[in-house]
Design a protein around this ligand. Structure first.
Ligand code: ADP
Length: 510
């Protein structure tokens, strides 16, 4: 993949330098930790450069520019002629080119290519024919000035060359980068996005057309605060990407990103680390919650078992019974936690089979309330209201019972002792709605969606002394949705407490 003046070498191998002695530039393209390749661009002393110099220098039509390389003279038309001797530097000299006599003034172009000179040519006839000495001096001086102007124009050539270089380099780099899985974008030295590859489009949802040519902070409003955390490396350094949050079009993305700086700007390479970050957050929450939830019952179990083994025979029967009861309750709590973790895992994997059979909603609610009354042990007043003529629900009876039990237990757990909990089943908008209303602290509006997330607790540090894994409502939501239902929470400001409700399809309507 290379042309006469642009070379792209993939991998770590070094691109060969030009043989003509023309100035060249080399830029390494580094993506993430890998060097993708090297782009080398030459600005050769050719007729195109001559034509460009002629167009920017004030030459009169009968004056010409040429490059002299040794004894060879190259004109803008591409014509090559051979001189009898090498031209002296900065001294007007008469030369014959294609039978026409010229006065030539030559000057060195760059230090890196000393053998190539820029030559200004004026027809000798203009200088000689009948000119007096003063006019001749004037003409020679203006020819010298002409060479100087052309030289000044040449000073612009690196700039011209650079923009050409950047364009060619970008085009070629863009082609290579479009095949990479990592998002890549280039921000030039003016802070404008110059390249945005296909993976960057996929990851961010922003099309190249939308963002190319825009200042980076217009395309990515979050960029000014994010960029301070993006590590930028030299082309030769090994880059170490950093994972940072960036908001793009209202979405929070976590990008693992690093930049590589070069003279025309910075290339950033990134990959989407959002799901990794989410997984990591869930893992951390899982470890924190589960270790807390395990530690408490395990400590109680250990203490009770130790007391019974060491001093059981000395204890009154009533104390022994209490310790036995505690062992049973705490091991049940542990088993429940393990059960919840396994169930959440199955739901995540989509591996849980859920029945779709008609069943009696009122009977399920009544059974769930009865059992909860026994568990609540007079802690709360549980009331149930169900109309007589309810149609049957389509879903999994056992799982519906489980969801209701969880909602009722939460209502009792998070409410003051002795407060009232109402369970209701009713027909609403062509579906059957189950609801559990308590008189507890309620759920702030901003938290209502979050309480259904895995491991989410309003009191993550268990400061209020109410234990829980934060899995219950997550399991409820997954189970309800697997039965084609919806679950939500209402907490009206004028009424105390919260109402958790879910609806399921009616059997005959389905
Ligand atoms: P947990 O095991 O912590 O109870 P859940 O998933 O059942 O887990 O509930 C998640 C969080 O929602 C709870 O930690 C609690 O902060 C809040 N919550 C659930 N039900 C209620 C309720 N009826 N009243 C107030 N807060 C509640």
């Amino acid at each position: 993949m290379s042309g006469p003046n642009v070379g792209l070498v993939l991998g770590r191998s070094v691109s060969r330098s030009p043989s003509t002695g023309a100035p060249s530039r080399k830029i390494r393209i580094v993506v993430g930790r890998h060097r993708v390749g090297t782009v080398t661009v030459r600005v050769p002393f050719d007729q195109r450069l001559l034509a460009r110099l002629e167009s920017v220098s004030p030459l009169s039509p009968n004056h010409e520019l040429a490059f002299a390389h040794g004894k060879t003279l190259l004109s803008p038309s591409g014509h090559r002629s051979t001189l009898p001797t090498q031209l002296p530097l900065d001294r007007p000299t008469e030369v014959t080119v294609d039978g026409t006599r010229y006065v030539a003034v030559s000057t060195i172009l760059t230090r890196e290519a000393r053998t190539t000179r820029l030559v200004a040519l004026a027809p000798a006839a203009e200088l000689l024919a009948g000119a007096d000495a003063a006019q001749r001096r004037w003409l020679l001086a203006s020819l010298g000035a002409l060479a100087a102007v052309a030289l000044a124009a040449y000073a612009l050539a690196p700039l011209l060359g650079r923009s050409r270089l950047s364009r060619q380099q970008r085009d070629r780099a863009a082609r290579v980068l479009s095949h990479l899985g990592e998002g890549v974008f280039l921000v030039d030295s003016n802070g404008v996005i110059r390249l945005w590859n296909a993976a960057a489009e996929t990851i961010t949802g922003l099309a190249a057309q939308q963002v190319s040519g825009l200042p980076v902070e217009t395309a990515l409003p979050d960029w000014p605060s994010a960029v301070a955390r993006v590590p930028v490396f030299e082309a030769d350094e090994r880059s170490q990407p950093q994972t940072i949050p960036v908001e793009i079009a209202g979405r929070e993305l976590w990008l693992s990103i690093a930049g590589v700086e070069f003279s025309d700007g910075t290339i950033y390479a990134f990959r989407d680390a959002t799901s990794e970050h989410r997984l990591e957050a869930i893992r951390a929450e899982f470890v924190a919650t589960v270790s807390h939830e395990l530690r408490t019952p395990l400590a109680a179990l250990h203490g009770a078992a130790l007391t019974l083994t060491q001093r059981g025979h000395q204890l009154p029967a009533e104390t022994r019974d209490k310790l036995m009861w505690m062992i049973s309750a705490q091991s049940k709590r542990l088993a429940g936690l393990v059960e919840d973790i396994l169930l959440a895992g199955q739901l995540d994997a989509g591996a849980l089979r859920v029945e779709r059979e008609p069943f009696n909603a009122s009977a399920v609610a009544a059974a769930a309330v009865d059992e909860a009354r026994q568990r609540a042990a007079h802690k709360s007043m549980l009331r149930i209201s169900t109309p007589d003529d309810l149609p049957r629900v389509l879903g999994d009876e056992g799982r519906t019972h489980q969801i209701l039990a969880n909602l009722i237990d939460n209502a009792v757990k998070y409410s003051p002792a002795g407060s009232r909990v109402d369970v209701a089943v009713q027909r609403e908008n062509g579906r059957i709605r189950f609801s559990v209303r308590d008189r507890g602290p309620g759920i702030p509006a901003a938290e209502r969606e979050h309480v259904f997330e895995k491991f989410y607790r309003l009191d993550p540090d268990h400061r209020q002394g109410v234990g829980g894994s934060g899995l219950g409502l997550y399991i409820c939501r997954q189970l309800v949705s697997s039965m084609h239902g919806r679950i939500w929470v209402e907490s009206a400001p004028q009424q105390q407490g919260s109402t958790f409700a879910f609806d399921l399809p009616i059997a005959n309507a389905a």
